[in-house]
Design a protein around this ligand. Structure first.
Ligand code: PFF
Length: 461
């Protein structure tokens, strides 16, 4: 890379947009956090890793590691007011390569997007299938076969994924993030209400109790090192942290925004939506005889079964998958924002060009995920298909790894004065105690905890 286009060249000052209202900040940040992580990943990981014990570790990881790292990222972003690479370069002492966290984050964004876009593709396909009424059944054989038919068809997998990428790219190209923000703000409450309705139906099923026991009664013998790593990886993935997304969004935060309060609200709302998804799904899993350990297909085979029990189930299922697609769209926009803003601000590409380049790269990389259940099913690296590998590497290595370095940077390089200044808005907010506690976690607890969990979980010591 020559000097002119190097990612490491100093920041060029470009005019930047930002979120305008306090509620807009909250909606956009929540829009990034809430996505398929709640509706798809949380239930299937909880199902595959022992239920309540996994949930407990996940909540602990969110509190001890997720919250501090999220506050750190948003603070850095708001002070740096640039993409993650430029922010870290500007805030670090000269010559120290902390900006590499931003480069790793960009790589993480591509890996996540390449499989995430495929899951969104399944959601889009399910909207159409639900309209046709072909997948509504309480028979696991029927719903399982419908899902397998979709994912094992290479053409359908690719075309739906390209459709998704074009759709999201189109939104970014039109520059109507505000439009999407406005739409998401209105529709997220509907998703919430629909989830509540699903919970009510699911709780009225025969074996609802067994589902609740699975979700809330921990069996500590199920906790292993790799389960802890998976739970911690989920905490990072859920809050969109460890790869610069929240740093980027932090750069759009207003200076009077209360960072700790916003972070807490986002975390609480995000956790509630995951719990509702769990309550909607596990009673049905046990009643209809699905396996909780089904993996990524879990939601796609259980949700149709729950809807098949409700009057107007077919229409409601269409609405449900449309809303899931919208929730996923908010998350995907924030994921894409990372490479787009880096390519725009660092390499000087216009935003449309940066967006097109990002989509082009994703069409190529993403196709390996799309074909992971068909043409490339036997193509395995470290025993995993590309889809599983990208998921594993991003959630269990890149995001926690990024989290370690972000925590170390704030705790040992940036320092308490600047971090405390960001959390208290230079002393205007009464957040001193929170700032002290969070700084302590960032300096001593989070990095060590993440490191130990990673090394143990990956079987490295
Ligand atoms: N938090 C999103 C979800 O749970 O669906 C996924 C995600 C978005 C992960 C943005 C990482 C990210 F930077």
């Amino acid at each position: 890379m020559n000097e002119k286009t190097s990612l490491a060249r100093p920041n060029t000052v470009l005019a930047r947009a930002g979120f305008t209202s306090g509620f807009g900040v909250l909606a956009a940040t929540l829009g990034s956090a809430v996505g398929l992580g709640n509706i798809w990943k949380f239930p299937y990981l909880t199902g595959a890793n022992g239920g309540a014990s996994f949930l407990l570790v996940y909540v602990l990881a969110t509190l001890l590691v997720g919250l501090p790292v999220m506050m750190a990222e948003i603070s850095l972003g708001r002070v740096g007011k640039a993409n993650p690479i430029s922010t870290l370069q500007a805030l670090a002492p000269k010559g120290q390569p902390w900006w590499l966290i931003g480069v790793a984050g960009m790589l993480g964004a591509f890996l996540i997007l390449s499989f995430y876009s495929e899951v969104v593709a399944w959601v889009f396909a399910y909207v159409v299938k639900a309209m046709r009424g072909s997948i509504l059944s309480s028979d696991p054989q029927v719903t399982g076969a419908a899902f397998n038919a979709l994912i094992s068809d290479p053409m359908q997998s690719l075309l739906w994924q390209w459709g998704v990428l074009l759709f999201i790219g189109g939104i970014l190209l039109m520059g109507v993030t505000k439009g999407i923000e406005a739409v998401t703000k209105k529709l997220m409450p509907i998703l919430f209400l629909l989830l509540l309705l699903l919970c009510a139906v699911s709780l009225s099923l025969d074996k609802a109790w067994e589902g609740l026991v699975f979700l809330f009664h921990p069996d500590f013998s199920k906790i292993t090192a790799s389960v802890v790593l998976t739970a911690m990886g989920l905490a990072f993935f859920k809050l969109s942290i460890g790869m610069g997304t929240m740093m980027t969004y932090g750069s759009y935060f207003r200076d009077d925004q209360n960072i700790p309060l916003t972070t807490l609200r986002v975390m609480a709302a995000d956790l509630s939506i995951s719990m509702l998804a769990g309550i909607a799904i596990f009673p049905a899993v046990f009643t209809f005889g699905f396996a909780p350990t089904a993996g990524p297909s879990l939601v796609f085979i259980t949700i149709p079964a729950v809807f098949s029990q409700i009057p107007m189930g077919q229409s409601l299922m269409v609405v449900f998958f449309v809303l899931a697609a919208i929730a996923a769209t908010g998350a995907m926009l924030s994921l894409m924002e990372v490479p787009v803003v880096i390519l725009h601000e660092r390499l000087g590409l216009t935003r449309p060009k940066a967006t097109l380049l990002t989509i082009f790269l994703l069409v190529i990389l993403g196709s390996t995920s799309a074909l992971s259940n068909s043409t490339l099913a036997d193509f395995k690296l470290f025993g995993m298909t590309p889809f599983d590998l990208f998921d594993f590497v991003s959630s269990n290595i890149i995001l926690p790894g990024g989290g370690i370095f972000i925590a170390l940077f704030v705790g040992w390089v940036w320092g308490f004065d600047k971090f405390g200044g960001a959390l208290t808005n230079k002393g205007h907010l009464q957040n001193q105690k929170v700032a002290q506690a969070v700084f302590f976690l960032l300096r001593y607890v989070s990095p060590a905890l993440i490191l130990v969990v990673m090394l143990k979980g990956l079987n490295l010591f």
